[in-house]
Design a protein around this ligand. Sequence first.
Ligand SMILES: N[C@@H](CCC(=O)N[C@@H](CS)C(=O)NCC(=O)O)C(=O)O
Length: 252
Amino acid sequence: MLTKDVEEMERVKPYGLYYWPGIQGRGEFIRLALEYAGVKYVDVARQKNKKAGQMFAAYLSSHSVANPPFAPPFLEVGDSIIGQTAAILLFLGDRHGLAPRNKMKRLWTHQIQLTIGDCVNEVHDTHHPISASLYYEDQKLHAKRRAKIFREERMPKFLSWFEQILQQNLPRDPRLVGRSITYADLSLFQLVEGLRYAFPRAMQNAPNSYPRLCALHQFVAQLPRIKAYCASDRRIPFNEDGIFRHYPELDG
Ligand SMILES: N[C@@H](CCC(=O)N[C@@H](CS)C(=O)NCC(=O)O)C(=O)O
């Protein structure tokens, strides 16, 4: 699609974000980017009208939709639909100054986002290690085992990598790529928020172990638009239906 076409569509209708209405989940990475960019959007499934729910279902099941998304979140841009969190952010980053102009740096930002997504998948699997279609109660034993390995091996591996790339980019300012804020910084903020909610004990020592990561979290939390968003009722509180769930038995 030509940039001019996208601009024209945005003028006519705001972005439509499609995501489950009761949780932050993966939709939150998109909400944070839209909120920080100050872009108009409709959180479609949270609108109190029947049509919104019907449209959500239609996009996921209709054979008449071109490029149908496999799963939410997906973003409606004019007559087009973009699925996959990292692809949506790639699009928004380019369109709203949330990514570097340099092609290789844009690709690097995308790689970081994909790695954040990998970590999010592993967080999800701590409470649903066998299948997302089974209740947590039916996979509690495996969840305990999986969560221990996540807390002790995987989480430190991911967080050390983020700490290292923050140090390599700018030793003083907490930014992942270049000097300006990118969507990856916003997403990393959300990952830290989620990990602190889900694993407060395991994250207790994070400020000592990952000082740059925690500085980035603090820095993003203080950005006026993010601060205002987090204090608003547009921000859904963490809960035990989402990806980041606090089950004390999984926190060691
Ligand atoms: N890789 C996709 C994952 C999408 C995904 O797993 N979405 C969840 C909600 S967070 C879902 O509803 N999945 C339904 C399914 O996989 O059948 C992304 O990052 O957007």
